[in-house]
Design a protein around this ligand. Structure first.
Ligand SMILES: C[S@@+](CC[C@H](N)C(=O)[O-])C[C@H]1O[C@@H](n2cnc3c(N)ncnc32)[C@H](O)[C@@H]1O
Length: 229
């Protein structure tokens, strides 16, 4: 099995090739199932692949993640509050849900400007296959972390490397393999590299795949500790 690889294909194709119980941690950020498009960057980013009606994809993905994870490991899965009911039900078909972690951002989004509160958080389902112990000091399930600077963003829903590092550090060891089937601009791979873990990922969109390869290759060649490149 090759590691430190990003594949330009559906995550389900990548997963098919992975043996049972071969992965140490899944940190992943599936499509939001809501036709997401940032209001602030209409010109910069297009709609995300499989962002509507991909409930079957998520169901198969979770079942495959369970198969490839070793026993006594952890999974972290971002999800929008809009569909947390669906994600939680599917997640709990396989994993023991331990927390719904709240990521509090430094700035709020838009939404219904006159009829709703300004959205400033995202949810992460955190669960176990078997039982996984935290490696670091226990921290609260509400985590403050700034969003990626819009100027340097290469993906419309790009997640901060520092936040992903918190999860990877807490639930894996150096040399372990991190899997993210929806790797977007590659933040999970950069977090894994910074922490001396290996990674396997996939991305369907050619543009994001190319950006991700560029970013991880750059990180490799300079052996940097990287946050927002
Ligand atoms: C929410 S975004 C992930 C963003 C990523 N966490 C980052 O920090 O850049 C979900 C990504 O999944 C990709 N995607 C959608 N369906 C896919 C599939 N079947 N296999 C692999 N990638 C897929 C989309 O193109 C999108 O880039």
């Amino acid at each position: 099995m090759q590691t430190d690889e990003i594949h330009h294909e559906s995550c389900l194709e990548t997963l098919k090739r992975l043996p049972d119980k071969s992965i140490d941690i899944v940190v992943t950020d599936p499509p939001y199932l809501m036709n997401y498009r940032s209001n602030r960057r209409k010109e910069k980013f297009k709609h995300i692949e499989n962002d509507v009606d991909s409930h079957g994809l998520i169901q198969n993905y979770l079942s495959e993640c369970y198969r490839v994870l070793k026993d006594n490991t952890a999974i972290y899965m971002f999800c929008s509050w809009h569909h947390v009911d669906f994600f939680k039900i599917e997640f709990e078909k396989h994993f023991k849900l331990k927390n719904i972690i709240v990521w509090v951002k430094n700035v709020h989004g838009t939404g219904d400007l006159e009829g709703s509160y300004a959205p400033k958080h995202e949810l992460i389902l955190y669960g176990h296959k078997g039982r996984s112990l935290l490696r670091e000091n226990r921290i609260p399930d509400v985590i403050e972390c700034p969003k990626v600077n819009p100027e340097s963003m290469i993906h419309p829903t790009e997640k901060p490397v520092r936040l992903l590092e918190t999860f990877i550090k807490n639930s894996s060891e150096k040399g372990d393999i991190v899997f993210d089937g929806f790797i977007g601009g590659g933040s999970t791979a950069i977090a894994a590299m910074n922490l001396e873990r290996k990674f396997i990922g996939s991305e369907l969109d050619e543009n994001y795949y190319n950006q991700c390869i560029k970013r991880t290759t750059y990180a490799y060649s300079y052996q940097l500790s990287l946050f927002d490149i």
